[in-house]
Design a protein around this ligand. Structure first.
Ligand SMILES: Cc1cc2nc3c(=O)[nH]c(=O)nc-3n(C[C@H](O)[C@H](O)[C@H](O)COP(=O)(O)OP(=O)(O)OC[C@H]3O[C@@H](n4cnc5c(N)ncnc54)[C@H](O)[C@@H]3O)c2cc1C
Length: 498
C-alpha cells in the first residue's frame, strides 16, 4: 500500500479547495490537493459558475480598486451603490426564511471583502457584471448594477479556476488528479488522513484534512433520497464529480449533519440543456429574464409570482417551482415590449414565436383556450397606467386580482409576435452539509471539534435554506476556505512540535 504524508491535505479542486490550499501554503504548510476529476475536468462547480461574488462593500469606491486593467473601460459605463452588511443580512435572512446561521454569516460579512482583495493578490482577476446581464449594444448609457451582484471573476468560472490553478501551480503544492477521496482515516473523533481510491489499490494520505468537495447534487441516488420524488431526473448544471461520497463518509465518522437537507439551489434552464454540466457551455443554458415574462406550464397555467423580486433573489428557488410542473416543463412568454431586456445568454436558445397567442399555444402543444384565457386574465389584472422600470422593483403588480400575483414588472402581454422560451429545472448545488464552527473546524454529533478535520464550500451546511442570494456561494467558500487553510496549517505546526 502506498502512503503519503503532508501537513495539510485538501480534498477537492474548486474555489473553496484551491483557496484553502493557497492559504495553507501561505501559512507555511506542505500541502497536497486531491482532485477526483481528471486534469481536463478539474475545478468542480466553480468552473461552471457565472463567478459572481456577493459580499458587503461600499460601492464603486471599494469595487473599483479590485478590478483588473481590462475591466476598467467597462466600469465607466456602470454605477454601483453600496451593498451594506445590513442589506446582505436582510437578503440572507429573507431567502433562508430567517434560518441562515448568523455566526457564519457574520464571518462572511467581516472577511468577505478582504478575501476578495487577497484573491486578487493570488492572481484572480475581477470585473463588473455589466456584460453578463445586459446586452450593451441594446442597453446604451450608464447602467446602475445591482450592488449585491456587481462583481464577478474575469471570464467567469473558467477564468476564476484558471487563475486559482495557475496560482497553485506556481507554488510547491502537490496536486493529485483522478484521485477520489474514498474515506477518512480516523482514531476516534480525530482525523489522521484520507484514503483515496485508485483502480486496483488505495493510497493513504496522512495530515490535517480540509474537505472541500462539494455537495451531492451529482448523485441521483442521494437527490432522490434527500430532495424527494423527481429530483433524481433533473438536469445537473455543474460537475459530475460532486457525488457526496465524502459527505456521507464524514457523517459516518461522526461529523454532524446540518442545514437544509431537503433543499437545494435549482434554477430555470433551457429545455435542451445537457443532462449534466458541459464545460463547453458552462452556465449559458440559464434563463433568468423571467421577471419580464409570464411563465406557464404545459396546462397553460401560471404557477408562480415571476416578479416577486430581482431574479438574483428568486432564481435559485424557481428551478424547483418549474420542476414540480407536469413534465418539469414551463414556457417563459414575452411580447415585443420586453424582448430587448433578455440576458445575452438567451442567444443560445431556440425561441418559439407566433403572431397570435392561439398560434403560439398550438406550437407549444398547450390548449389554446386555456393559454389565451390565462394571458387575458393576467392582462386584465396588470395595472393600466403603470410606469415600467426593469432595473428597480417597480411595484407594477397584479395584486390580489389573481390567485397567483405578479408583484413587479406586470406589463400586459399584448404586442406580438409573441415569443416563448422552454425551460426546465436544473440543480446547481445542495444545501445540506456538515456543521463547522467559525474557524472551519468540523463539529461532531456532540458539538465538539473533530481534531484534524476542516471543511469549506458547499460541503458545509447551515448557510442556505429554501432559496439563495446569487453570488453568496462562492464568497462563502472562499472566506471559509482561506480560514480553514490557515487553521489547518497552524495545527500541523503545533502537532509536529509535540
Ligand atoms: C452553472 C453554475 C453557475 C453558478 N454560478 C455561480 C455564481 O455566479 N456565483 C456563485 O456564488 N455561485 C455560483 N454557482 C455555485 C458555485 O459554483 C458553488 O457554490 C461553488 O462552486 C462551490 O464551490 P466548492 O469549492 O464548494 O465546490 P466545487 O467547486 O463544486 O468543487 C468541488 C470539488 O471537489 C471534487 N470532488 C468531489 N468529490 C470528491 C472526492 N470524493 N475526492 C476528491 N475530490 C472530490 C470535485 O471534482 C471538485 O473539484 C454556480 C454553479 C453552477 C453549477
Amino acid at each position: 500500500m502506498e502512503n503519503h504524508s503532508f501537513d495539510v491535505i485538501v480534498v477537492g479542486g474548486g474555489n473553496a479547495a484551491l483557496v484553502a490550499a493557497l492559504s495553507a501554503h501561505e501559512s507555511g504548510a506542505k500541502v497536497a490537493v486531491l482532485e477526483a476529476a481528471t486534469r481536463q475536468e478539474r475545478g468542480g462547480n466553480s468552473r461552471f459558475a457565472g463567478a459572481i461574488f456577493r459580499c458587503p462593500h461600499g460601492g464603486m469606491e471599494d469595487l473599483g480598486p479590485l478590478l483588473c486593467e481590462s475591466a476598467q473601460e467597462v466600469a465607466k459605463r456602470c454605477t454601483v451603490g453600496p451593498y451594506t452588511a445590513e442589506k446582505f443580512t436582510e437578503d440572507m435572512m429573507n431567502t433562508s426564511h430567517g434560518r441562515a446561521d448568523r455566526e457564519q454569516m457574520q464571518v462572511v460579512i467581516d472577511k468577505g471583502y478582504e478575501t476578495l482583495v487577497w484573491m486578487k493578490e493570488q492572481g484572480v482577476q475581477w470585473q463588473l457584471t455589466l456584460n453578463k446581464f445586459f446586452d450593451t449594444k441594446i442597453q446604451t448609457g450608464v447602467i446602475d448594477l445591482p450592488p449585491g451582484g456587481a462583481l464577478m471573476a474575469r471570464h467567469e468560472g473558467v477564468g476564476l479556476t484558471d487563475d486559482l490553478w495557475a496560482a497553485v501551480e506556481k507554488t510547491s503544492i502537490t496536486v493529485f488528479y483522478d484521485c477520489p477521496a474514498h474515506d477518512l482515516i480516523t482514531a476516534g473523533s480525530t482525523v489522521q488522513g484520507v484514503k483515496t481510491r485508485q483502480t486496483d489499490f488505495f493510497i493513504d494520505f496522512y495530515g490535517q484534512v480540509i474537505l472541500a468537495c462539494g455537495g451531492f447534487e451529482a448523485s441521483p441516488r442521494l437527490r432522490r433520497q434527500f430532495l424527494g420524488e423527481g429530483w433524481d431526473l433533473v438536469v445537473v448544471r455543474g460537475s459530475r464529480y460532486n457525488t457526496g461520497t465524502m459527505l456521507e463518509k464524514a457523517i459516518a465518522a461522526g461529523a454532524q449533519a446540518c442545514g437544509h437537507w431537503g433543499g437545494c439551489h435549482a434554477s430555470p434552464q433551457d429545455l435542451r440543456a445537457p443532462r449534466v454540466g458541459d464545460l463547453s457551455i458552462t452556465d449559458k443554458m440559464s434563463r433568468y429574464s423571467y421577471p419580464y415574462s409570464i411563465m406557464v406550464n404545459l396546462e397553460g397555467k401560471r404557477f408562480m409570482d415571476e416578479g416577486e423580486d430581482h431574479f438574483g433573489l428568486t432564481y435559485a428557488k424557481t428551478g424547483a417551482a418549474i420542476g414540480s410542473q407536469p413534465q418539469a416543463t414551463a414556457y417563459q412568454i414575452f411580447d415585443q415590449k420586453t424582448l430587448h431586456l433578455l440576458e445575452p445568454r438567451y442567444s443560445t436558445a431556440t425561441p418559439i414565436q407566433d403572431d397570435t397567442l392561439d398560434g403560439l399555444a398550438l406550437k407549444l402543444g398547450i390548449n389554446p383556450t386555456i393559454f389565451v384565457n390565462t394571458v387575458k386574465q393576467f392582462n386584465a389584472a396588470a395595472p393600466p397606467t403603470a410606469v415600467f422600470n426593469p432595473f428597480l422593483k417597480d411595484g407594477n403588480s397584479t395584486g390580489h386580482k389573481l390567485d397567483i400575483p405578479k408583484s413587479n414588472w406586470a406589463l400586459p402581454i399584448t404586442d406580438g409576435p409573441f415569443v416563448a422560451y422552454g425551460v426546465t429545472c436544473g440543480i446547481t448545488f445542495t444545501y445540506g452539509g456538515i456543521k463547522t464552527d467559525t474557524t472551519g473546524r468540523v463539529l461532531s454529533n456532540e458539538g465538539s471539534p473533530m481534531p484534524g478535520l476542516w471543511s469549506a464550500g458547499e460541503m458545509t451546511g447551515g448557510f442556505f435554506y429554501h432559496n439563495y442570494p446569487g453570488g453568496a456561494g462562492l464568497t462563502k467558500g472562499a472566506v471559509f476556505g482561506r480560514i480553514a487553510g490557515q487553521a489547518a496549517a497552524q495545527r500541523a505546526k503545533s502537532v509536529s512540535l509535540l
